[in-house]
Ligand binder design. Structure first.
Ligand code: FAD
Length: 371
């Protein structure tokens, strides 16, 4: 094998595809089944947007990602990207609004600014406070994580990748001649290794010396009183008191998903409480009712998921600092999915020697004091 990819979730499925497409012989190894719901890439929807409040440095990657989704959909025949528009709501100086505006202006992205009355008139489901404004981006929307993973796995296999599921990597090592990966089923050797471990980063990448915090997050689905009002609806991120961000999606199959961004309990993949408790559901119902009164008529279901946070909430995408046959992609800090196709491309570039994509922000040295 030229390259082994560990982890076939969001990022690893995309890396396996890009490498195989470029003619590498690829072995992908995943501990669970294809498109499982035990990591970070499930729940039916992930926001994508380009006026990125987190940092304008992400924008060129997002411009490219939005182009790449089209190719993934065309080549796989699987729908992934739903362009329904998106609105970032909060006080004018909130991070959500001011940060999005900065990226929009810096990169000349099409956008509209709406005051609270205009938001209420255009999107009657939402009741922003009088001082709130919204930045609307017509090109925003959501991607379906399960469809993305399924599409990338299908394309990877079609391009010749060998994919193993229900096989756990126990340890990996490098030597001057290659890499060795020991799993629950056997031992494999290759020239290079790509590690996309999601919430298992503390286990598989302890040697990086980065402190990752795994965070339990809950996604909630409600049935609205009038589902048609939520059918043509933008995605939104809504910043309220104390910088707390709440977000949601249009109706999919009659259900509307909402969640909080951050503020979850710290856990590990072994200790995460996958039960969603009645108090949590009651608290979310009350929170939503104050902002979107027509939404939480009937609670339908909830599901937990994990964020893998770095200290500054920026990603880690790089060649391993002390193992030059190893490339890593981790610490996506709850906002990585929208980058999946471009991360796949970057990982394939790094395996081949280097990338032209701007990834200086994702250098692990910033987190380890090595820089
Ligand atoms: C509730 C929630 C909402 C989110 N919302 C958004 C959003 O709106 N927009 C957005 O852009 N992002 C969002 N994200 C973040 C995004 O989903 C993640 O950044 C992304 O899914 C991370 O992908 P990954 O490949 O790193 O992890 P995963 O998809 O979890 O993949 C890691 C894989 O590695 C495998 N693995 C680990 N260890 C081993 C081992 N030892 N052997 C074999 N296999 C192994 C795991 O089983 C897993 O399949 C959200 C995340 C959550 C949880």
């Amino acid at each position: 094998m030229d390259t082994i990819v560990i982890g076939l979730g969001g990022m690893g499925s995309a890396a396996a595809y890009r490498l195989a497409q470029r003619g590498h012989s690829v072995l992908g190894i995943e501990q669970f089944s294809p498109v499982h719901n035990l990591g970070s890439s499930h729940g039916g929807s992930r926001i994508t947007r380009q006026a990125y409040f987190e940092d304008p440095a992400y924008v060129p990657l997002l411009l490219h990602a939005h182009e790449l989704w089209e190719g993934i959909e065309r080549d796989s025949g699987i729908d992934v990207f739903h362009r329904c528009g998106g609105i970032m709501i909060g006080e004018p100086d909130s991070r959500t609004v001011a940060g999005s505006l900065l990226s929009a202006q810096k990169w000349d992205l099409p956008h509209e600014l709406l005051d609270a009355a205009e938001i209420r008139a255009r999107f009657p489901t939402m009741r922003p406070a009088d001082g709130d404004i919204g930045l609307y981006e017509a090109g925003a929307g959501f991607v379906v994580p399960e469809s993305s993973v399924a599409a990338h796995l299908k394309l990877a296999e079609r391009a010749g990748a060998e994919l193993h599921f229900e096989e756990k990597v126990l340890r990996w090592s490098t030597s001057s001649s290659g890499v060795r990966v020991e799993t629950s089923h056997g031992t494999y050797e290759a020239a290079q290794l790509v590690i996309c471990p999601g919430a298992w980063a503390p286990e598989l990448l302890a040697e990086l010396g980065i402190e990752f915090t795994i965070e339990r997050q809950v996604q909630y689905w409600f049935a609205p009183s009038d589902v048609s009002a939520f059918q043509r609806h933008p995605i939104y991120i809504w910043e309220g008191d104390a910088g707390r961000q709440f977000y949601g999606f249009p109706a999919v199959d009659g259900s509307v998903k909402v969640a909080f961004f951050r503020g979850g309990q710290t856990c590990t993949p072994e200790t995460i409480d996958r039960t969603v408790h009645a108090e949590e559901i009651a608290a979310m119902t009350e929170f939503v009712r104050a902002r979107m009164p027509s939404l939480p008529v009937e609670f339908q279901r909830a599901a937990t998921c994990m964020y893998t946070n770095t200290a500054d909430e920026h990603f880690v995408i790089a060649r391993h600092p002390s193992r030059d046959r190893v490339v890593v992609a981790c610490g996506f800090s709850g906002h990585g999915f929208k980058f999946v196709p471009v991360v796949g491309e970057i990982l394939a570039d790094l395996v081949e020697g280097g990338t032209a994509h701007p990834i200086a922000l994702f250098d692990p040295a910033r987190l380890t004091g090595a820089r």
